[in-house]
Design a protein around this ligand. Structure first.
Ligand code: SAM
Length: 334
């Protein structure tokens, strides 16, 4: 495979590096193909051949009244989505996977976990659930009448029992690599896998959580290096894990609600071909710009698996404000 280096003169490279805090990766295979299609998902899918994609990964509109959606009843919303899902199952390859990332629909303070509703639809079309992945993030809105929500889910379905699963490509460091079998024919030999352990179905990445088997991918919020004007962007890192595990180099990946193109970026960065469908012209333009930036080595992104910064006790943000010191607060032993 020929990898084409991004050509920078030394001074230019220095300039870019000075602006970007995250490390740059320097290669995109020029043979990788991608399409950013500005269209309605249902209409665009109609034009796509059967069995094309080894991975369909998306975060659909949640029907919560974001700038890009018109809020409707949950029944009507799911009916529209079902028509799209029928087409998605048609274009998914026999060895392919579909990853559906959703949170809650909220009405009058009552929450409706969307994955519960979607599960029935996918089963109706014959898909098989392999994992219900919990994507945990440490920050978000603080609720006052229920517990603050800190996770969403990814339903990972396959079309058949013969599906791509490259576990070795996404293993994480073992907690106790020195552990050994203490009985049986392998007594005395290392009991773990030298490539690391299975990352589990709970995804969180902070240094200490490697040990807790949590895989925390930070939600894309204001101070995240990947932030654009989109309200609900995917972290590229989250998609990359699915791309690496569920496809091979040269596979086709589809995001039918592609927003600013995070799934396309995760795919082409890893030598997979990609199609993104997005109804908003403005988001398509941002996606194209981000892909160009990726190809030029200018895209700001968190490297896959980079630990999240956790403040130490000495950091200002970790200290109790002076104004609170005299208050008899629960949990501070006063
Ligand atoms: C939750 S966002 C996805 C964001 C995306 N994961 C990213 O990283 O940018 C859902 C996207 O679906 C788009 N959308 C909603 N209905 C659509 C439809 N019928 N066809 C195509 N795109 C649609 C919205 O404009 C929005 O950008």
């Amino acid at each position: 495979m020929i990898l084409k280096p991004v050509v920078f003169k030394f001074n230019q490279m220095k300039k870019v590096r000075a602006k970007v805090k995250e490390p740059l990766f320097e290669f995109v295979n020029p043979k990788t193909e991608y399409v950013v299609q500005n269209a309605d998902a249902l209409e665009a899918l109609d034009e796509i051949e059967d069995d094309k994609f080894d991975l369909i990964i998306t975060s659909p509109p949640y029907n919560v009244g974001k700038a890009y959606e018109t809020k409707t009843s949950i029944e009507k919303y799911l009916q529209t989505q079902e028509e799209i899902i029928e087409q998605l199952v048609r274009v998914l390859s026999t060895k392919g996977s579909l990853c559906w990332q959703v949170g809650n629909y909220v009405k009058n303070g009552e929450i409706f976990p969307l994955d519960i509703f979607y599960y029935q639809i996918f089963k109706k079309f014959g898909l098989r659930l392999r994992n219900r992945i919990i994507w945990h993030f440490g920050h978000g809105l603080h609720a006052s009448k229920r517990f603050s929500g800190r996770y969403e889910t990814i339903l990972w379905f396959t079309k058949s029992d013969k599906y791509i699963f490259n576990l070795d490509d996404i293993r994480i460091p073992s907690k106790y690599p020195g552990k050994r079998h203490f009985k049986g024919p392998n007594k005395g030999k290392p009991s773990g896998n030298p490539l690391g352990k299975n990352p589990s179905d709970m995804w969180e990445v902070i240094r200490t959580d490697w040990e807790n088997e949590l895989w925390d991918i930070p939600n894309v919020k204001a101070n995240h290096p990947e932030k654009t004007q989109h309200q609900c962007q995917f972290p590229i890192e989250l998609v990359e894990r699915c791309v690496l595990a569920l496809t091979n180099k040269g596979s086709w990946v589809l995001d039918p609600f592609s927003g600013v193109g995070s799934a396309i970026i995760a795919a082409i960065k890893n030598e997979r071909n990609a199609v993104g469908i997005e109804k908003e012209k403005e988001y398509c333009a941002m996606a194209k710009k981000r892909i160009d930036d990726l190809k030029e080595g200018r895209l700001r992104m968190r490297p896959i698996g980079k630990p999240i910064h956790t403040p130490s006790q000495n950091d200002k943000v970790a200290q109790i404000p002076k104004e609170w010191e005299q208050l008899p607060l629960i949990g501070r032993g006063k």
